[in-house]
Design a protein. Structure first.
Length: 168
């Protein structure tokens, strides 16, 4: 099990790094909403290795047998490795590559909100968003949040994969 988790976790982590680097090079002119959508798509692509890792364990290490619990454990551990990689990449991006990311994101979001909300609603939403960014906009917290998001999505993929692949 350990080798499967490490192997497929590293595959997912490396896929994340490649997609991350490609998005830096190719995604410069894209809107934040498009980048966010691509970010979630890349998380799912990286986490596809959860399914393949669980399947590998069942077929090559466990004589074709797999319980739902074992699938969730294997998938969860693979997800943690992928999440750590995504979190590190996010931290590097927001501290080294684009240290002004949080400010730029806030400005862009506020412009969008201003054009879509009434003046009263805009002021309320603006105050809330500025407060949130002050409280949670640090690079370390954002990286931790990305790691947690990946692990959470990975848990769902582990559960679905386990339900599909389980054999008794």
């Amino acid at each position: 099990m350990k080798n499967t988790v490490i192997k497929y976790g590293l595959y997912g982590l490396l896929t994340g790094v490649v997609i991350f680097l490609a998005s830096i090079v190719l995604g410069k002119g894209l809107s934040y909403s498009t980048q966010e959508l691509l970010g979630y798509a890349s998380m799912i692509a990286c986490l596809s290795f959860v399914f393949f890792g669980i399947k590998h364990f069942r077929d090559h290490e466990n004589n074709g047998i797999l319980s739902l619990g074992k699938a969730i454990i294997i998938g969860g551990l693979i997800s943690v490795l992928v999440g750590i990689g995504v979190g590190i990449a996010d931290y590097i991006y927001t501290t080294v590559v684009n240290p002004d990311f949080a400010t730029e994101y806030l400005e862009t979001t506020l412009k969008t909100m201003e054009s879509t909300l009434s003046p009263e609603a805009y002021q309320t939403q603006k105050a809330e968003l500025v407060k949130q960014m002050e409280d949670y906009g640090g690079s370390g917290f954002m990286a931790l949040l990305m790691c947690f998001t990946v692990v959470l999505i990975g848990f769902v993929i582990s559960l679905i994969s386990g339900l599909i692949l389980q054999r008794k």
